[in-house]
Design a protein around this ligand. Structure first.
Ligand SMILES: [Mn+2]
Length: 442
């Protein structure tokens, strides 16, 4: 898989003889000025090209010959005492399969032997290192080239994403059947993370959101320390990570196992937004089309409930949907949860409420992996000013909406691989009300 990734990147440099690529991997980082080490996470581009999941490595690629040089840190005996076994260069070569292996302190000699015209890098640190050694760094292409490669997933990557999704599916089901009013949100986080860790996935791809009641209306809620009430909805947005590849799943359900009437009505609108967008997810479709479709379904649902007034078209034009659905419909998913490539060069964000935060704006193609995650929230910080703004308030049933300010929010999120003729949905966690309630009954 990593060989395939390097070949894909090298193909973009076919017209650049004399140009080579240098990327340093991640180092260990510490908590302030202490010797406490944060869990190590390889830099995603380096991981994509090498599979190396240990600190202080670097690589040189020579696109025109395809040569892959791996540079490993020189470890001394004390490293072995404190940190673990030190592998020989031969053992590292066996493990990672480079064409050539060197120590990182031999970078100067390696560059001297390659005599590159220019050295492509992705960041200032690598650029400075290259300059220091007397060569010309070029930071203008490589990051975009890597994003281009990473947007279309290889078969190996799809397999990792399926593994991550499978474990996240199990963890979500586990929490869904364990929740009881009176539990603290952090207990539910513990169940999620325990389930992932027990399955061998020791790292989370992002800080999970375990939000009950009003906390569910905070888009990136991470307090995760409130006691869940009897009548709360509980929103869980958390995944799992398999060899660096992320799952990112969200479900929302009643803490006591049964949706009340008000929750059910809003939930069904959100689920309809999700299901309709998923049904349309196929090559040739644009993310913003799907976003606008979801927005329209939200407004139609709210008109039926009498929460907004007017014609759907004028409500769309006035961006009323963005008061309740202020984030983007979805994003690319891969080595990073909000994966690279959402905005290729020349494509700008849409300056419109709601769509402004869309993290991907491009035609869907086979091999892309996306999330679809509509949400409906009652966020006082957005609604209260809108109640006072005549331009917006004329579309709102202010009196009814005031009764929803303690509702919180609902988000439902699935992960899809776009295929030749549609998509493969990686997420398998109950999402219809009937399925959720049945699963929670056990
Ligand atoms: Mn997401």
């Amino acid at each position: 898989m990593f060989n395939e990734h390097r070949t894909r990147l090298a193909s973009l440099y076919a017209d650049k003889p004399g140009h080579i690529i240098y990327i340093s991997g991640a180092a260990v980082s510490h908590r302030y000025n202490t010797d406490f080490e944060y869990p190590f996470r390889q830099e995603s581009n380096f991981l994509y090209l090498t599979g190396v999941q240990e600190p202080d490595f670097a690589l040189i690629l020579v696109p025109i010959t395809g040569a892959y040089h791996l540079l490993s840190p020189r470890r001394d005996a004390m490293f072995a005492v404190w940190m673990g076994f030190v592998r020989t260069q031969d053992q590292l070569k066996q493990a990672y399969n480079p064409d050539h292996i060197h120590f990182t302190d031999e970078l100067g000699d390696l560059l001297a032997s390659l005599k590159p015209e220019s050295v492509h890098v992705i960041n200032d640190t690598d650029a400075a290192r290259v300059s220091e050694l007397g060569y010309t760094p070029d930071q203008s292409i490589l990051a975009d080239a890597l994003a281009w490669c990473r947007v279309i997933k290889s078969d190996g990557e799809k397999a990792e994403l399926r593994k991550a999704a499978n474990v996240a599916n199990i963890a979500h089901r586990e929490v869904m059947k364990s929740i009881r009013p009176g539990m603290n949100e952090c207990e539910l986080q513990a169940i999620h993370e325990f389930t992932c860790t027990r399955s061998g996935m020791r790292h989370q791809p992002y800080s999970g959101i375990f939000a009950s009641g009003k906390g569910a209306a905070v888009l990136h809620y991470v307090d995760n320390n409130r006691v869940v009430d009897e009548n709360d909805l509980f929103l869980l947005d958390a995944g799992a990570e398999s060899n660096g590849y992320a799952a990112d799943i969200t479900r929302t359900y009643p803490a006591n196992g049964v949706f009340n009437e008000r929750q059910a009505a809003i939930y069904d609108i959100c689920l309809n937004m999700l299901d309709s967008c998923i049904a349309d997810a196929r090559p040739g479709v644009e993310m913003e089309e799907l976003h606008l479709k979801a927005a329209r379904l939200l407004l139609e649902g709210f008109l039926d409930l009498g929460l907004v007034r007017g014609e759907v078209d004028e409500l769309m034009e006035a961006n009323i949907f963005a008061l309740f659905f202020p984030h983007g419909l979805g994003h690319f998913l891969g080595l990073d949860t909000h994966d690279v490539g959402g905005y290729p060069k020349g494509v700008d964000r849409i300056d419109r409420p709601g769509l402004r935060y869309l993290r991907a704006r491009r035609l869907l193609e086979p091999g892309m992996v996306i999330t679809i995650e509509p949400g409906i929230y009652f966020i006082p910080a957005l609604l209260e000013p809108a109640f006072e703004n005549p331009e917006q308030a004329r579309f709102l049933n202010v009196e009814s909406l005031r009764g929803y300010l303690d509702f919180g929010g609902i988000r439902i999120e699935d992960n899809l691989i776009i295929t030749e003729d549609g998509h493969e949905n990686l997420t398998d966690v109950p999402k219809s009300r009937a399925d959720i309630e049945a699963w929670m009954r056990g």
